[in-house]
Design a protein around this ligand. Structure first.
Ligand SMILES: NC(=O)c1ccc[n+]([C@@H]2O[C@H](COP(=O)([O-])OP(=O)(O)OC[C@H]3O[C@@H](n4cnc5c(N)ncnc54)[C@H](OP(=O)(O)O)[C@@H]3O)[C@@H](O)[C@H]2O)c1
Length: 242
């Protein structure tokens, strides 16, 4: 039984599909992308897994919504075994032009959101429960013109490694640091042209962008019994970017 934030599209949607394929029950959240969430429900039903997917509108920045997402998962599936903090936003541009509203949006979504969901989920997770936080390689090796985003992902990695110690040995807490992944976020952030250009691809040893489905197996692994001795890790899925 997995609660996954921001599952209406992109990496979250791919992770939800892979978790369903692995036999999990998934509650996915979204903020406003109701069409994306409905699409995920249709895809799950078509794959014969409709009864193992539920969706809930929940803005991760809202403490009450975080509690409600946990409550909804428990009501629907009975237990909660894993939390995947995937919801995130990217704001690009030079620090000089970033507004305080940009700062609040990025930090509230990418750091406050995981904090609120972890706080709500931890008391309900069993021994052996899992938390997986989707960070980024730029939280390890920051780039220019996305400083707020880089800082938020560095904070998420620190949050991951600190909380991993607080809840050990009962709960295992890890982060995934994806490199450049083709999603709506990067299409918006970098523009469609850059997705096919060499600039970012050449920054990886694989010389290419990846698809969201290439991050999803790492989420499944960190939620599975196979990762029972892995905690506080930051698993890079970045084609050799860092
Ligand atoms: N794409 C990359 O290259 C890349 C690389 C490294 C890390 N990541 C991280 O991977 C995660 C997923 O990114 P993505 O590329 O798949 O982005 P995406 O396609 O834009 O999807 C983001 C998801 O998060 C949800 N979301 C955003 N704000 C939310 C909020 N306040 N409350 C609840 N849900 C919210 C969105 O739903 P709504 O539209 O309904 O808000 C959507 O489902 C993010 O944490 C991102 O930082 C991405």
């Amino acid at each position: 039984m997995v609660l996954l934030s921001g599952g209406s599209r992109g990496i979250g949607a791919a992770a939800a599909a892979a978790l369903l394929d692995a036999g999990a029950c998934v509650c996915l959240t979204y903020r406003q992308d109701a069409a994306g969430a409905a699409h995920r429900e249709q895809a799950a039903a078509a794959a014969g897994a409709g009864d193992r997917l539920t969706t809930v509108r929940a803005d991760v920045r809202d403490a009450a919504a975080a509690k409600e997402a946990v409550r909804h998962t428990l009501e629907r599936f009975g237990t909660l075994d894993a939390l995947v903090n995937n919801a995130g936003v990217l704001v690009q541009g030079h620090l000089q032009f970033a507004t305080t509203a940009d700062y609040d949006l990025v930090m509230d979504t990418n750091v406050r959101g995981p904090y609120l969901l972890m706080r709500a989920a931890i008391p309900r997770l069993p021994k052996g429960g899992r938390i997986v936080n989707i960070a980024s390689v730029v939280g390890i090796d920051p780039i220019p013109d996305a400083s707020l985003y880089c800082a938020s992902k560095a904070a998420l990695i620190a949050l991951t490694r600190s909380v991993a110690q607080e809840v050990a040995p009962d709960i295992l807490v890890n982060a995934i640091a994806p490199g450049p992944i083709r999603t709506a976020m990067t299409a918006r952030g970098y523009g469609d042209d850059l997705l096919t250009s060499d600039a970012i691809a050449q920054g990886t040893w694989q010389r290419r962008w990846a698809g969201p489905q290439e991050v999803a197996p790492a989420v499944v692994y960190l939620c599975s019994p196979a990762s029972g001795y892995v905690t506080g890790a930051v698993l890079r899925v970045d084609g050799g970017r860092t």
